[in-house]
Design a protein around this ligand. Structure first.
Ligand code: PEP
Length: 253
């Protein structure tokens, strides 16, 4: 059975006091309202992690994640955050390869391969993001493009390692734009990602990997997307900044 995961990516939003208030509200509402098979992950700004961790201690199904991580273990990398640091503040997840980081910080597939491997070695669960631009989709090259991202960043892993990775398919044209992929478009890509995983790692591993959809998922479109057989949850940006909207998405399962 694959895990159902609704992860919130707060990006560079919320001061500390605002972030703590949001985390507390999520925990309070989640307790009573989120279906028992669904896990929530809050990926907060790194500077908030340790204090949000204290709030999440009392919650069984709300977990903590970082938004990025260095491929280096430690050393002279000013401003970067290591896997050990993320672990040490109580986070268990890390988003890797978000399209905003690929675009603004020029993260490459090879660099992300090193980060995924290091995260796994350190006991963190990577939420590995992939997805195509509008131009790539319009050229009909989206399946091949995403496959290449998977191949170059994930396919050196062992089958056991791969089974611990969470994938987030996030078409860039749907992120923060209000334009969501249709449920058919999402299912087509998720199915193709799972088929690609099956070809490389076998059916069993492919069946274990949770593949989340990300891109303008909101309370009013979540149910249809989450009903698709290969959509195992969501990575939520804008709608994760309001506790009610975030929980409403999780309740759509
Ligand atoms: C994201 O940035 O991962 C994302 C899915 O953002 P939004 O939900 O705002 O489109």
């Amino acid at each position: 059975m694959r895990r159902k995961i609704i992860a919130g990516n707060w990006k560079m939003n919320k001061t500390l006091s605002e972030g703590l208030a949001l985390a507390s509200e999520v925990v309070n509402i989640a307790q009573d309202e989120v279906p028992s098979g669904v896990s929530l992950v809050l990926c907060t700004p790194a500077i908030h992690l340790s204090q949000v961790a204290a709030i999440l201690k009392s919650a069984d199904r709300v977990f903590l994640g970082a938004q990025n991580m260095s491929e280096h273990e430690s050393g002279a990398y000013t401003g970067d955050i290591s896997a050990d640091m993320i672990k040490s503040v109580g986070a268990g997840y890390v988003i890797l390869g978000h399209s905003e980081r690929r675009e603004y910080h020029h993260e490459t597939n090879a660099q992300l391969a090193a980060r995924v491997k290091l995260a796994l070695n350190k006991g963190l669960t990577p939420i590995f993001c992939c997805g195509e631009s509008l131009a790539t989709r319009e050229a009909g090259e989206h399946v091949g493009f995403v496959n290449n991202q998977l191949r170059e960043s994930l396919y050196e892993l062992s089958a056991e390692e791969m089974s611990k990775v969470v994938i987030a398919y996030e078409p860039i044209w749907a992120i923060g734009t209000g334009v969501t992929a249709s449920s058919d478009q999402a299912q087509e890509m998720h199915q193709s990602i799972r088929a690609s995983l099956a070809g490389q790692f076998g059916e069993q591993v492919a069946g274990q990997v949770s593949i989340l959809y990300g891109g303008s998922m909101k309370p009013d479109n979540a149910a249809e997307l989450l009903a698709q057989p290969d959509v195992d949850g969501g990575l939520i940006g804008g709608a994760s900044l309001k506790a009610r909207d975030f929980i409403q998405i999780a309740k759509s399962y």
